[in-house]
Design a protein around this ligand. Structure first.
Ligand SMILES: [Zn+2]
Length: 488
């Protein structure tokens, strides 16, 4: 059956290769522009503007602000079935402003947000693959719909669960998610963890802490007591559980009893049930802390995701394209840069990977979570990792930011765009493959019913990170690139 399409498949592969080759600079410029925007989750306005502008020029019909997410979008090309989705994230990380192309810590703007996980390159791969796919669909008259989703605030796990809950993936047959790494990967099975992000805000009453402390009801005391309770509970939680917190509001001055104080928690576990159990225990502890301090507690779920899973049929498909495109050919200069960066950040100095290595068997579950998890329970999905990162460096560290607007990122993004477009186009060319992915997906779910962990009335936190961006954006804007991507 594949034979009937063999000539078509070769023509399309050649077309995609030429398209990406011709647009190498445009793809690189998408990633580099987004690198300098360095926008935190829910505030990716410049980024979304750039990406959707390019997609519109490529003939996509763009809907912005979907699912109550001002910086989320869906761009559609073509019509009818099958419906193939490409999606990724493009947010930066707080206090991670790093000059690209140097091997020492050096901020672009001191204290500002920056890309230190490579979501800027994710955006370049997404747009490069989408533009190449649309051009190939047009040229070769392929039937079907390509949907490109931009997901805001991945670092806070916000975007895609809202899109899934609100039905944006209901008609999607298969989906692909691209994410940076230091290797190629396209695993099947459970790849990442479940996570619930929740904020506990305590409300008390202020007082002069020196002259009349007995008049106050201290919200900060409640946060401290909750934290003590959580620390005790750690001893009794399952080995698969993890939880971390920060204190967004913790009082202003010692002489004013805190009227409002809050704790923001991430609850992680191997499955959604485990994350829910942690959250439920935390709610009891928070109520106890409120009772002890005579304060009131208000709980808000900011985000909740299922553990990301990979579909085997799509993993096999993507691996075929990885093997046909291969590793980028790194120059000696790029290898030397990588080794020096590794050495300077205390990592093993072994340079960039030069060989494609396909792991045997199912993926190993990671502790990280990604808000694309919910998509992967709704529709067969492949999470495709590509090698634009220098190996052995930890994301969210300055060193991980250093290669993100260099030729290393540019070469890997071009290769990844070719792979992703190749895999997506094969779904249009061979609808039987899509049907097979749907069948293996049903087997993999084994009857497990997905339901959103988000309360139905929950709205995305649109003000998240707004103040930080208002402070830093004017200083960061001085470094924006003048060159914009133009695809031909
Ligand atoms: Zn990421």
């Amino acid at each position: 059956m594949r034979m009937a399409n063999a000539a078509g498949a070769n023509d399309i592969a050649e077309f995609v290769r030429d398209y990406v080759e011709r647009n190498r600079r445009a793809i690189a410029l998408v990633g580099d522009n987004v690198f300098y925007f360095g926008e935190l989750g829910m505030q990716e306005f410049e980024t979304m503007g750039l990406l959707t502008g390019v997609l519109e020029q490529g003939g996509f019909k763009v809907e912005r602000g979907i699912a109550g997410l001002p910086t989320g979008f869906c761009a559609t090309f073509g019509e009818g079935g099958p419906v193939v989705a490409l999606h990724t994230e493009y947010d930066a990380v707080p206090d991670n402003s790093q000059v690209s192309g140097v091997t020492r810590q050096q901020s672009i703007v001191e204290g500002a947000p920056g890309h230190c996980e490579g979501h800027n390159v994710n955006a370049a791969v997404l747009v490069g693959a989408a533009m190449a796919s649309a051009a190939a669909m047009k040229r070769h008259g392929l039937k079907g719909t390509l949907k490109v989703f931009g997901g805001p605030a991945e670092e806070q796990l916000i975007g895609r669960p809202y899109m899934v809950r609100d039905g944006w993936f209901d008609d999607v047959d298969v989906a692909f998610h691209d994410h940076i790494s230091s290797d190629y990967e396209a695993g099947y099975g459970i790849i990442q963890s479940a996570l619930i992000s929740a904020k506990f805000t305590f409300h008390g009453e202020s007082a002069h802490a020196g002259t009349a402390p007995w008049k106050g009801r201290d919200a900060l005391d409640a946060v401290v007591l909750m934290d003590g309770g959580m620390a005790q509970y750690r001893e009794h939680m399952a080995p698969s559980s993890r939880m971390q917190r920060s204190f967004p509001e913790a009082g202003d001055q010692p002489n004013v009893t805190a009227r409002i104080a809050s704790a923001w928690w991430y609850f992680r576990d191997a499955d959604a049930e485990g994350a829910r159990k942690l959250f439920e225990q935390a709610q009891k502890i928070a109520r106890g802390a409120a009772m002890m301090t005579d304060t009131q507690v208000e709980t808000e779920i900011l985000a909740a995701v299922w553990p990301l899973r990979g579909n085997r049929t799509l993993a096999d498909l993507v691996w075929r394209h990885i093997e046909s495109v291969g590793m980028p050919a790194w120059s000696e200069e790029e290898q030397a840069f990588a080794r020096e960066l590794q050495a300077n950040s205390g990592a093993k100095a072994e340079g960039l990977r030069t060989r494609v290595a396909r792991p045997a068997g199912e993926a190993k579950q990671r502790w990280s979570a990604n808000d694309a998890g919910d998509v992967s329970w709704k529709t067969p999905m492949c999470k495709f990792y590509y090698p634009a990162m220098v190996p052995n460096l930890a994301a969210h560290h300055w060193a991980a930011g250093a290669p993100l607007a260099t030729s290393i990122a540019h070469k890997a993004a071009a290769a990844a765009a070719r792979i992703l477009a190749g895999a997506a186009l094969e779904c249009f060319l061979d609808p039987a493959l899509v049907a097979q992915a749907r069948r293996t997906f049903e087997d993999e779910l084994g009857g497990a019913a997905y339901r959103s962990l988000l309360p139905p009335e929950q709205k995305p936190p649109v003000d998240l990170n707004r103040r930080t961006m208002e402070i830093f954006r004017p200083m960061m804007a001085a470094h924006y690139l003048k060159d914009k991507p133009v695809f031909v």
